[in-house]
Design a protein around this ligand. Sequence first.
Ligand code: XIL
Length: 371
Amino acid sequence: MKFINHCLPLLSLMILGSCNVKKTELSSSLKNSYKNDFYIGTALSADQIEEKDAKVDSLICRQFNAITAENIMKSMFVHPQKDKYDFALTDKFVAFGEKNKMFIHGHTLIWHSQLAPWMEKIKDSTEMKAFMNDHITTIVSKYKGRINSWDVVNEALNDDGTLRKSVFLNTLGESYLADAFKLAAKADPKVDLYYNDYNLEDPAKREGAINLIKKIKAAGGKVDGIGSQGHWNLNSPSLEEIEKSILAYSALGVKVAFTELDITVLPNPWDLKGADVNQKFEGNPKMNPYPETLPDSIQNKLAQRYADIFKLFLKHKDKISRVTFWGVHDGQSWLNDWPIKGRTNYPLLFDTKLQPKKAYNSVMQLKEVKE
Ligand code: XIL
């Protein structure tokens, strides 16, 4: 008997795969603590989609109930040549989400970055229209009813709120925005469609985003939500501006999601007056102050910042659909290589050894006290 009891968890693990649903439902986790508030998501790297590391895999399944692909759904990977799509990894990503009963978010359909080289060469409106039509229709239809929401357009705005002069704007003019949303809605009428961008808490960009959504809707596009990326730092944006943004976006009648949350603790070269943003910063120890460990004082600041942010999210949980972290653990974060290559950053709730940080505890503690 003793033997059987002892082996049961292992047995069920073998039957159900590494993401044992029953087991994860019982344990204390972000997704369980916040299950009545909003989805708690994470971005998955290609290796994580392929379940290469069992420990990381089990952390993902234990803690998160929503997933975004960090890279593999971007156009350069999924549509490398005009007449060739590569769905090998996107199929695995969607299957991973379905197997683990997760909310599956598609990132991203129309974005000026990480484009395939053939797309960058498109110069005229006929060719660009054909690209948009084929790209959006093919991908959204393929996963119709399986992907829950899409970033239809990513980063169409400049920081001053004007439209970015991207390849799309340059070839098609403003109408590409509403057209992208119309094409996506036609391919899957039920899927939630988002506009996604960074710095959406800055007043000028917020105004730009509000106008953008209004224009898309007025032109007949279906917009269900705004995704604020949430690549933030320890001091900014202020809680006041975050709150104003949640209220302003929600007043448009759309859902608000925080789609790529991480908080850098490292100095930002652009804050330095007169500094040249270039390779000179590489290897400069001043720009990489914590190569080994994060001092307690900063660990505490990070924990407090996350607590403040999640407290605000909880206050507005009726307006917020999802909060997704941009990565599972610090070791995976893109902020170790951006905007300066080869630094050691600490922006997430789990450290490189997959251990919960103080910031994790502070986010969990908010749910232990009665709201
Ligand atoms: C980043 C990825 O995390 C990196 O691995 C990649 O090299 C560059 O892109 N805004 C977005 C995301 O919408 O897709 C970006 O992801 C981060 C900024």
